[in-house]
Design a protein around this ligand. Structure first.
Ligand SMILES: Cc1cc2nc3c(=O)[nH]c(=O)nc-3n(C[C@H](O)[C@H](O)[C@H](O)COP(=O)(O)OP(=O)(O)OC[C@H]3O[C@@H](n4cnc5c(N)ncnc54)[C@H](O)[C@@H]3O)c2cc1C
Length: 421
């Protein structure tokens, strides 16, 4: 990057105002929008793509990892969208595979029913600040730059984009070298019932055995029962929030996807065609905010509980090798809490950060990042924003008791809850 800077100063038309503005419509953003709207707040969600669901649709992730806590809005989604997967207790794990196209359609309808104003193809550009308080955002829309005013903004971009622009310090990756988990382009293959044409483009890789593969293993799911194979076998080193890294990853991950598909056709899936490649590479890890509490590996392994719990999970530590090497560090966990303070940035008010970019170390985020946990964090963020607005207090000063009561009213059940002193 050059050291040159330019100054941009201009008047921006205000397109809309709301009580709560949510930036990013992935798992965290969709749940945050529903819970804020259900709490009676006028809620706007800004999404840079044409669809909701984040990595779960855009990145074709399309499997919910088990977290040992199917509760709240996530439970409601499962009961409506995948009723056959709904466990009887809130504290059982499920690992259902789903259609990303159907989830995308379900979420469109769900947010509309909940009264959330979703603006698609609207990409965050800049925070609007009054002293240290976020009071809205400027975004790039199909009509040019537009402003959106809000009393509380929830950053669900996954990259902490709003937080960074508001002056919140962030960190990325491993403590020693800053390397983040690698990116993966997940794709689908479909059983056609007969041998398919095999084509390996010239600049792709001819993998002959498992050790040759980018992850050194087979990793795919066939749980739909209709001949769909969901493949998670590409791996590209880099930080998806860096311009050059993502540029490289988009090209390299597609090259690997075509190569892996060809390998599978030549080995154990001769009847499967490549049926879906999503429009963007999947990004696991980018920026974490410096929050009022930072979740650590020790919190996970010791099963720590917090008075201000907002989400619970027992999903494992799951670190795909950040160097791009073939191994994955997987360690089982018994279960732990994530406190509200992980979503509260240091020094900035009017802003909550939900989803994978909360305040957590590299190891801790490798477990909390899965979709169900991001839905839970988003739901809590939406409720917290509503309570702050109703009580006319900063988001950092809301009552934990009120937060827990409101979450319980929205169907959230916690286990091993620590009682406030
Ligand atoms: C390859 C891969 C495999 C995974 N496997 C699984 C799995 O099997 N099961 C599981 O449960 N989880 C899995 N995960 C993790 C999970 O998908 C993500 O961690 C989770 O989706 C994060 O949710 P989020 O809401 O924080 O962010 P995201 O899902 O990243 O959503 C962020 C949203 O914000 C939008 N956005 C970003 N920037 C802007 C902007 N400037 N303006 C407006 N909108 C913006 C994006 O378009 C997106 O819709 C996987 C992730 C990857 C990448």
């Amino acid at each position: 990057m050059s050291n040159r800077e330019i100054k941009l100063e201009r008047n921006i038309p205000v397109f809309d105002d709301a009580d709560v503005i949510i930036v990013g419509g992935g798992p965290a953003g969709t749940a945050a929008a529903i819970s804020a709207a259900r709490s009676g707040q006028k809620t706007i969600l800004l999404e840079q793509s044409g669809q909701l669901g984040g990595m779960g649709t855009l990145g074709n992730v399309s499997v919910f990892m088990g977290v040992g806590n199917v509760t709240g809005i996530y439970r409601e989604f499962i009961s409506e969208f995948l009723p056959e997967a709904l466990p009887s207790s809130h504290h059982e794990s499920i690992w259902p595979q789903y259609s990303p196209f159907e989830l995308r359609h379900y979420l469109n309808g769900k947010l509309e029913k909940e009264g959330v104003e979703v603006y698609y193809h609207v990409s965050f550009v800049s925070s609007i600040m009054e002293d240290n308080r976020v009071v809205g955002v400027v975004a790039n829309t199909r009509e040019g730059l537009r402003a959106f005013g809000g009393r509380v903004v929830i950053d669900c971009t996954g990259d902490a984009r709003v937080a960074q622009d508001s002056g919140v310090p962030t960190r990325a990756g491993r403590d020693d070298d800053g390397l983040t988990q690698p990116m993966t382009l997940m794709f689908m293959m479909q059983d056609t019932g007969k041998p398919v044409r095999q084509k390996l483009p010239e600049d792709c890789y001819k993998y002959d055995s498992i050790p040759d593969l980018p992850q050194g293993r087979h990793l795919y799911w066939g749980g739909m029962g209709d001949g769909t194979l969901l493949v998670n076998m590409t791996r590209v080193k880099g930080n998806g929030a860096k311009i050059k890294d993502i540029n490289y990853a988009e090209k390299e991950s597609l090259r690997q996807a075509l190569s892996v598909a060809n390998y599978l056709q030549r080995t154990n899936h001769p009847n499967h065609i490549l049926s879906h490649v999503p429009g963007q590479v999947g990004v696991r890890e980018t920026n974490q905010i410096e929050g009022r509490y930072t979740l650590t590996e020790d919190d996970l392994t010791s099963g720590r509980r917090f008075e201000d719990v907002v989400a619970q999970t027992n999903y494992e530590i799951d670190i795909h090798n950040p160097t791009g090497g073939t191994n994955t560090d997987e360690r089982k966990l018994d279960g732990y809490d994530i406190p509200y303070r992980c979503m509260l940035p240091q020094n900035v008010e009017g802003l909550i950060v939900a989803g994978r970019s909360i305040s957590a170390t590299h190891v801790a985020m490798s477990s909390m990042r899965v979709q169900a946990t991001c839905y839970a964090l988003g739901q809590a963020a939406g409720v917290a924003a509503a309570i702050a607005i109703e009580s006319n207090v900063p988001v950092s000063d809301i009552s934990t008791t009120a937060l827990h009561e409101r979450l319980a009213g929205q169907g959230v059940v916690f286990v091993n809850k620590v009682l406030a002193q």
